[in-house]
Design a binder for this molecule. Structure first.
Ligand code: ZN
Length: 481
């Protein structure tokens, strides 16, 4: 992967946003673009970005410094200034881009304790991360749902705070009070860097050059040194909110916190994976030893999960991973024509014999999403989901797909279902006027990931109470008399 995908870097988009010119209509866009390029401060800033894009980091820093020096009152001066601080953000660049950030999980990889002359080494390390994450079967199945982005963050010094010594680094790397001295960082500083990466999802992986081991939580996976092997485990904490399934004590943790895969009770009906036990799935039960202790904490399997010391996500962990991905990624990527909301008074009116509708769905690596089309007379058109309010997960300002609430069940037989998708995940429905009585109809296309992967007896998700595996697009269609 990677080679056949488009590698882009930070260019005019974010700049134009910074300048406020993207708010003009598309006709004014070209003019604004010209204006931007005739602005000498902007030109210099652009050339600094170009240097950054080429990996000429010291030269880029000098060019940003020039912007500040020559054009201190320009619109780009503050963005340039931030990129010239002894410790701070320098720029971002795609490692793997599978699609628009609006409908992908954007994972931003950054480094701590990487001085200016170590940035190239960081780039190399960062480029190796996607392949480690996607080596995981669960995440590999959803490869097309992820973007990986590199953020270059410069530290003036290379060190990890602790043992009475403080270093000037970008993300406040420190030694935690665990027995082994696990590495940690300042989450707030990571969030500041994320704010410079358009379309991020609050998900970061931070490599601390001189740190050891790793920690993860609240959207930030911190990895000591270059131990990419721990990335998936820490990502399990930071993105999926999973707990530790290992028993060895790393530090005093206090009361056991329940998680999708950890319980402070052995009660089979009260653990968060009770539905797996209820469904009688082999290998799933309640096993003592989790959350870094041998007693009084329980997990779903006797061992082998990546949240223990294994290689794969156990079934309850995998279920949560898939749900979390779908909390951010809509199974439906796009549609033609544009969907019409329930409340819309507009309709697509038959002028000729047919009306054609197309929906593009996401494409997991080895299985396809289920798509079905329903045509319902206006009088019985469903109301649509009832919003549940913001869950506020992942530190994102916008909500997640879970806030939408589950889609209701559709009554009646679908007009089309089970068709094979065309290249790119496209599904097409052609409505024929001669089949329809005059009137107004609601055409609904539903897409759902049944998470049935070949070779597996059980779906990857048994319980989707938020309805995130499902999505729909709908239109009003009018058949004139
Ligand atoms: Zn697990």
């Amino acid at each position: 992967m990677g080679s056949k995908r488009k590698i882009s870097s930070e260019r005019l988009g974010p700049l134009l946003v910074a300048l406020g010119v993207l708010s003009f209509g598309s006709a004014a866009f070209g003019a604004a673009l010209q204006e931007a390029s005739s602005d000498p401060a902007q030109e210099l800033f652009d050339s600094a970005l170009k240097l950054y894009g080429k990996g000429k980091y010291p030269e880029a820093r000098r060019a940003f410094a020039k912007v500040v020096e020559r054009y201190p009152d320009s619109l780009v001066a503050s963005a340039a200034e931030r990129r010239t601080r002894p410790s701070g953000f320098l720029g971002w660049s795609d490692i793997v881009r599978s699609g628009d950030s609006a409908n992908r999980v954007d994972v931003v990889i950054m480094g701590e304790g990487y001085t200016l002359d170590k940035q190239r080494a960081f780039d190399k390390l960062a480029s190796s991360v996607p392949k480690f994450i996607l080596r995981q079967k669960t995440l590999a199945e959803y490869e097309a749902y992820f973007n990986f982005i590199r953020a270059n963050v410069v530290s003036a010094e290379d060190g990890v705070d602790g043992f009475g010594r403080e270093y000037d680094t970008a993300l406040g790397g420190k030694t935690l009070s665990t027995y082994a001295g696990h590495v940690g960082i300042e989450t707030g500083l990571v969030r500041e860097v994320l704010a410079d990466v358009p379309g991020h999802d609050g998900q970061a992986i931070v490599f601390v050059r001189l740190g050891v081991l790793g920690t993860g939580g609240g959207g930030v996976a911190t990895i000591g040194g270059q131990s990419v092997k721990t990335v998936v485990h820490e990502f399990g904490h930071s993105f999926f909110g999973l707990g530790d399934e290992y028993t060895s004590e790393t530090h005093k943790r206090g009361k056991v916190r329940n998680a999708v895969n950890v319980s402070n009770t052995p009660d089979e009906t009260a653990v968060s994976w009770a539905h797996w036990i209820e469904a009688d799935v082999p290998g799933i039960g309640v096993y003592e030893g989790a959350a870094g202790q041998a007693r009084d904490a329980w997990k779903p399997t006797p061992g082998g999960c990546v949240m223990d010391t294994g290689e794969f996500f156990c079934m309850p962990c995998r279920e949560e991973a898939v749900l979390d991905i779908y909390r951010l990624v809509d199974p439906i990527e796009s549609c033609e024509p544009e969907a019409l909301p329930r409340a819309s008074a507009d309709s697509l009116v038959f002028e000729g014999k047919d009306l054609t509708f197309r929906v593009q769905v996401m494409e997991p690596s080895t299985h396809s999403l289920e798509v079905e089309w329903h045509l319902v007379p206006e009088a019985s058109a469903p109301q649509g989901p009832v919003a549940r309010g913001r869950s506020g997960r992942y530190g994102r300002s916008r909500g997640t797909r879970a806030d939408r609430g589950p889609l209701g069940e559709l009554r009646g037989e679908p007009v089309l279902e089970g068709a094979k998708p065309k290249r790119g995940g496209w599904h097409t429905l052609v409505l024929k006027r001669r089949d329809l009585a005059p009137g107004r109809y609601r055409l609904i296309c539903r897409a759902r990931d049944a998470t049935l992967v070949r070779g597996d007896r059980w779906p990857w998700v048994l319980k989707d109470s938020e309805g995130v595996l499902e999505s729909e697009r709908a239109w009003w269609v009018e058949v004139p008399r």
